[in-house]
Design a protein around this ligand. Structure first.
Ligand code: GLC
Length: 647
C-alpha cells in the first residue's frame, strides 16, 4: 500500500472511533501514523499472499485502536513518563525475582503480603510465573493456557491481580507476566472447537489427516521433551487428525500463517499490557514459525512476527517492554534484538542463557576459558537492547553453546559435556552437586540439567553430611554465581528460594501431574514458618549477602547496561574479569571460579590504558593499593571482588 493511501485508510479507521483531541489520543495517532509503514510492510511480508489481507490489516489497526482506548489514563501517564525517560529498562536499580504465586505465597493475595520481604531484599521487579487458567495435571507449570483472560482460580482472581499491581505501584515495583505465544492448551476454546470439527478453528492449528506432512516435519525437527513427549505430533481421536504438539501432547502449536491467529493473539497481548504489565515475557518465540525440512526454530518469519508485535505495542502501549524467551545458540540469540532496519526494534530483552550455562561450566571445571570464548558474540547487541541475567530459573540448564567455544579452550566437546552432566547430576562420586539429568535423548545422548542453585553448588550434600567447611564453600559458590550475574550488563532476575538457599524439593514426585518432569525439583514450596522461626542458618547468611549484593548493584551507575562492558584478558584461566566503565566510574569485577587461591597480576588493571593506584572493594569494603604488599591480587577460592578505581 502506498504511504498516502495507507495514511488515509488509517485516518478513516481512527475517525470511526472518535478519538478526542486529548494529548494522549493525539500522541497515539501520531505514533500510529509514524509506524504505519513499518507495520504495513511487516504484515505484507508475512500475509501478502493471503486472500483477505486488506480486511485483516484493517482488523489489526482496529485492534490497536481498541487497545489504546481501553488503556487506563494512569497507564498512559506511565507510558509518557517511560518514553521521556528513554531506556528506563536499562537501569542498574532494577533487580527482579521470578516466582510461582502458589509455591511462594499460596496465592496472589499471599504474594501481596510478602512484598515487604521482597522490598527488604531489594527486589523491585516481579516476574509472576503463568497465572492464567491451565488444566491441572496437564499444565506444564501454567504454560498450557486454556483461557488467556481468566486467572486460574487456584491463584486468585483478576481483582487480586489488580490489587497486587496497585500495591506494587505504590512501592515502585515493575511487573512481568508470561505470554504463551506459541501454543494453547488442548482445552482452550479454539482447540475444543477444532477437535469438534470446526474448520475455522482447525485452521488455528497445524492439523493433518494423515502422516505425510507430519513425517516430513518430524524428519528435521528436534524433540523438546524426548522422554515425556517424544515426536512433534499427537493423534487426536475426536477429529481423527494429527496435531502439531512440539512441547507436550496437550500443548497445541498455533498456526501463525493464519492472520486471524496473529490478530487474536495480539489482542490477548494487549489485554496483558492493559493489566499494567511493564515487561511481557514472550514464551518460546523461537518456535512460532514452522516450515517442513527445517528445525522449525529461529526461522526468519518468527523474527518478522516478533518485530510486528513490537511495533504494534510501541504504538498502542509504548511503556511495555518485550522479553523474548529464546534459549538458543549464541549466534541465533542476537537476532532476537532485531537486525538491519529493525536492529533494537524486536525484543528489548533476551535471556543471557549462554552466559548462565557458561558460569555453571566454569564452576564445574574451575576454568573460565569456554566462557571467554563466547563473549565476542554476546557483546554485539544493539544499543537499547539488554539481557536478563540469571543463574537459575524454573527451567533446566541447557549446554547448547557452540562446540567451537569448547574446542577453543582445548576441550573435546562431547567429553566436556559428558563431564558436566555427570558432575551436576551427582553421577560422579567426587562432585558436591545434587541435581538430575533432564530430557535425556536416547538417540543423541543430549541432556540438560535440573537442580536448585543451592543444590548444584553443593549445599544440599554439605547439609546432609553436616560438613561445616563444605557448607561455607557452597555458600561462597552461590554468591560468586549471583555476583557475576548481578554485575554483568542487564537486569538480574533471581529465582525465588535461591535467596534463602533453597535446596531441591522432591515433593513433586508424589504428584502424578508433575512427577514426569524433574524441573519441579528446583521449584520449591517455601516454608515460611520455618523461615520465620530463623532456623535456616545457611539461608539467613545467603539472604543477607544477596541483599548486600543487590544494594551494591543499585548504587553503582556503571552497572546500568549501556553496552559498557569489556572482559579482561585472562592472565589466569581460573579468573573471569570484567570492566564496567562510564566517564564518572570504573569498576573491575573479578571472579575466581577455582577451588584454590588464585593470583592476578596487577598488570591486568593496566590493560585499559588508564593508571590505577588505589581501588575500593565494594564487597569487602576495604581499600587496596595497586602493587603494594603483594605482586599480585590474591583471590581466595570462589571469591569475587567489586573494585572501583579511586586513585
Ligand atoms: C518455555 C518455558 C518452559 C515451557 C516451554 C513450553 O520454554 O520456560 O517452562 O515448558 O516454554 O511452554
Amino acid at each position: 500500500m502506498y504511504q498516502h493511501s495507507l495514511h488515509q485508510n488509517i485516518s478513516r479507521l481512527v475517525e470511526n472511533h472518535r478519538l478526542t483531541k486529548e494529548p494522549a489520543d493525539f500522541a497515539f495517532y501520531t505514533r500510529l501514523i509514524a509506524n504505519s509503514a513499518a507495520i504495513a510492510s511487516l504484515f505484507e511480508s508475512i500475509y501478502g499472499d493471503h486472500p483477505q489481507k486488506e480486511e485483516k490489516f484493517n482488523v489489526l489497526i482496529e485492534t490497536m485502536i481498541s487497545a489504546h482506548l481501553s488503556r487506563r489514563a494512569a497507564l498512559k501517564k506511565t507510558d509518557e513518563k517511560k518514553l521521556e525517560q528513554g531506556n528506563w529498562h536499562l537501569s542498574q536499580e532494577i533487580v527482579g525475582m521470578s516466582l510461582y504465586v502458589d509455591r511462594f505465597g499460596e496465592n496472589i493475595q499471599g504474594v501481596d503480603k510478602r512484598l515487604d520481604y521482597l522490598n527488604d531484599l531489594g527486589i523491585n521487579f516481579l516476574h509472576l510465573m503463568p497465572l492464567f487458567e491451565s488444566p491441572e495435571g496437564e499444565s506444564d507449570g501454567g504454560y498450557a493456557v486454556s483461557d488467556f483472560r481468566k486467572i486460574d482460580p487456584r491463584f486468585g482472581s483478576l481483582d487480586d491481580l489488580h490489587a497486587l499491581k496497585l500495591s506494587m505501584e505504590n512501592r515502585q515495583m515493575y511487573l512481568m507476566l508470561d505470554f504463551v505465544l506459541n501454543h494453547t492448551s488442548h482445552r482452550h476454546e479454539w482447540a475444543m472447537k477444532a477437535k469438534a470439527g470446526d474448520p475455522h478453528y482447525q485452521d488455528f492449528y497445524y492439523m493433518y489427516d494423515d502422516r505425510q506432512l507430519p513425517d516430513q516435519f518430524d524428519a528435521a525437527m528436534p524433540e523438546i521433551f524426548p522422554e515425556s513427549s517424544p515426536g512433534n505430533f499427537t493423534y487426536v481421536k475426536e477429529c481423527r487428525q494429527w496435531v502439531m504438539t512440539v512441547f507436550h501432547h496437550y500443548q497445541w502449536d498455533l498456526n501463525y500463517t493464519n492472520p486471524a491467529v496473529f490478530i487474536a493473539m495480539l489482542d490477548n497481548l494487549f489485554f496483558y499490557a492493559n493489566l499494567g504489565v511493564d515487561i511481557v515475557r514472550i514464551d518460546a518465540p523461537a518456535f512460532i514459525w514452522k516450515r517442513p525440512g527445517t528445525s522449525c526454530q529461529n526461522l526468519p518469519e518468527a523474527h518478522t512476527l516478533l518485530c510486528l508485535l513490537k511495533q504494534c505495542l510501541q504504538v498502542a502501549t509504548p511503556g511495555v517492554a518485550l522479553l523474548g524467551e529464546a534459549i538458543v545458540a549464541p549466534a541465533e540469540i542476537m537476532k532476537y534484538f532485531g537486525e538491519g532496519l529493525y536492529a533494537g526494534r524486536e525484543c528489548d530483552f533476551a535471556y543471557n542463557a549462554t552466559q548462565m550455562a557458561l558460569q555453571w561450566d566454569a564452576l564445574a571445571t574451575g576454568d573460565t576459558r569456554v566462557m571467554l570464548a563466547a563473549q565476542h558474540l554476546l557483546m554485539r547487541k544493539p544499543p537499547g537492547a539488554s539481557w536478563i541475567t540469571y543463574t537459575r530459573c524454573h527451567d533446566d540448564i541447557g549446554l547448547g553453546y557452540d562446540d567451537s567455544m569448547i574446542a577453543s579452550a582445548g576441550f573435546q566437546p562431547y567429553e566436556h559435556r559428558k563431564f558436566l552432566k555427570e558432575y551436576y547430576s551427582g553421577a560422579s562420586a567426587d562432585s558436591p552437586a545434587t541435581g538430575a539429568l533432564f530430557s535425556v535423548n536416547p538417540k543423541t545422548q543430549d541432556a540438560r540439567i535440573s537442580g536448585s542453585l543451592a543444590s548444584l553448588c553443593g549445599l544440599e550434600k554439605a547439609q546432609k553430611e553436616h560438613a561445616a567447611d563444605a557448607r561455607n564453600i557452597a555458600i561462597q559458590k552461590i554468591l560468586l554465581m549471583q555476583a557475576h550475574s548481578f554485575l554483568l550488563g542487564g537486569i538480574p532476575i533471581l529465582f525465588y528460594g535461591d535467596e534463602q538457599g533453597a535446596v531441591n524439593d522432591y515433593s513433586y514426585l508424589a504428584d502424578p501431574g508433575k512427577s514426569y518432569d524433574n524441573r519441579w525439583m528446583h521449584r520449591p514450596i517455601i516454608d515460611w514458618k520455618k523461615w520465620e522461626a530463623g532456623k535456616n542458618e545457611d539461608g539467613k547468611r545467603i539472604f543477607l549477602s544477596t541483599k548486600k549484593l543487590i544494594s551494591i548493584r543499585k548504587k553503582l551507575p556503571a552497572l546500568a547496561d549501556r553496552g559498557n562492558i569489556s572482559w579482561i584478558t585472562p592472565h589466569n584461566i581460573h579468573i573471569a574479569g570484567i570492566i564496567r566503565e562510564i566517564p564518572e566510574q570504573r569498576l573491575y569485577c573479578l571472579f575466581n571460579y577455582s577451588n584454590r587461591t588464585a593470583y592476578l597480576t596487577w598488570f591486568a588493571f593496566k590493560e585499559s590504558g588508564k593508571a590505577v593506584t588505589r581501588l575500593f572493594d565494594h564487597w569487602t569494603e576495604k581499600d587496596m593499593e595497586v602493587g603494594q604488599d603483594h605482586d599480585y591480587l590474591i583471590l581466595a577460592p570462589y571469591a569475587f571482588h567489586i573494585l572501583e578505581a579511586v586513585g
